[in-house]
Each structure stands twice: as structure tokens, then as C-alpha cells.
Design a protein around this ligand. Structure first.
Ligand code: IMP
Ligand code: MG
Length: 173
């Protein structure tokens, strides 16, 4: 049976949330060299909207990891596929994620980036999902905080599908 798409965040709501995040980040990092690192693939749409809502200059890079496992659960076994190119030493770094679920991917990325000695390291995620959190990672900037559900659209996929949808939906199996 085909899964059902239940609307969670429409275009206007997403635009407002991203605009608010951009304003907050601009205020917090004003006058400091900020590097935004988008986590591929999921964060590509969120990051592209976020940078255009900022009022401060930034450097942009991408990182990609693969998590073994399929379906809607992360296995926790993570491998780096694409490292960063920008030198982040002594710079403020903001890791930009589509969604934080168990937090295992984020923990892996924070460990990897911390070793490069940035001046500071924080996380901005479009969705901060709590139910399955297994680490103590904190998301300093979250567009939307939720308890549960598998979300798709606005870069978020299920089996590489639905990323292109401009709204965010709950995928009901
Ligand atoms: P983690 O469980 O926090 O390690 O989540 C890792 C990755 O799983 C995220 O970056 C997403 O790519 C994916 N993921 C987790 N929850 C969802 C969801 O609700 N929709 C789409 N992808 C998800
Ligand atoms: Mg992701």
C-alpha cells in the first residue's frame, strides 16, 4: 500500500521559521567568521534558504556521511563519505542538518569537526525530533521541534524519494 503524506509544515510556515533562524544566527555571530557546513544530502534545500536569510557573510561547505541500515531507522554505524575542504581552525562553525533523530550522526560529525579545533561548534537543524534520541547532543538552533514521526519533503527523503517537495509531510505507513 502507498504511504500517505500528511502535511506538517507548509511553505509559508517553513519560510517564516527559516527567516527567524537567519535573524537569530546573524545576531549571535555578527562580526565573527562563520562557516556553515551542510550535511548532504538532506540539508541542501534548508541550507540554501538559510544562507539567503542571513545578514552576515559566511563560508559554506558540505560534508557527507553514510549510515548503514535502511528504512526509517539509523543503524548507528556511520562512515564519512565526503570530508570538508574549508579550514575551520579558530573559526566559528555551524553544522546544518535537515533533521536530528537519534543524534548518532550528529555525534559522529561533532567529534570529527571538534578534532579540527574550531573556535566554536554549534548545530542548526530544520527539525529536532526527540523520541528516539540516544545521545546528549544539543541543537542550538531548531526550525521545528517535534516528538515523533517520519518526515519527508524540503530535502528530507524516504529511500531517496520526496526530497523535492516544497512542504514537510509526515509519512504515514
Ligand atoms: P540520526 O538518527 O539522528 O543519526 O539521524 C540521521 C539521519 O537519519 C538524518 O540526518 C536523516 O537523514 C535521517 N532521518 C532521521 N529521521 C528522519 C525523518 O523523519 N525523515 C527523513 N530522514 C530522517
Ligand atoms: Mg541527514
Amino acid at each position: 500500500m502507498k504511504p500517505e503524506l500528511i502535511p506538517v509544515l507548509d511553505r509559508q510556515t517553513i519560510a517564516r521559521l527559516v527567516c527567524d533562524l537567519g535573524a537569530k544566527i546573524s545576531e549571535d555571530y555578527r562580526g565573527r567568521p562563520l562557516v556553515l557546513i551542510g550535511v548532504l544530502k538532506g540539508a541542501f534545500i534548508f541550507l540554501s534558504d538559510l544562507v539567503r536569510s542571513l545578514q552576515i557573510p559566511v563560508e559554506i561547505d558540505f560534508i557527507q556521511v553514510a549510515s548503514y541500515g535502511s528504512g526509517t531507522a539509523s543503524s548507528g554505524e556511520i562512515r564519512l563519505c565526503k570530508p570538508i575542504d574549508v579550514d575551520v581552525r579558530n573559526k566559528d562553525v555551524l553544522l546544518v542538518e535537515d533533521i536530528v533523530d537519534t543524534g548518532l550522526t550528529l555525534q559522529f560529525l561533532l567529534d570529527y569537526l571538534s578534532a579540527m579545533e574550531p573556535a566554536s561548534l554549534n548545530v542548526c537543524a530544520m527539525i529536532d525530533k526527540h523520541e528516539r534520541r540516544r545521545t546528549g547532543v544539543s541543537v542550538a538552533y531548531a526550525g521545528h521541534r517535534t516528538q515523533e514521526g517520519f518526515l519527508v519533503g524540503y530535502g528530507l527523503d524516504y529511500d531517496q524519494k520526496y526530497r523535492e517537495l516544497p512542504e514537510i509531510y509526515h509519512l504515514q505507513f
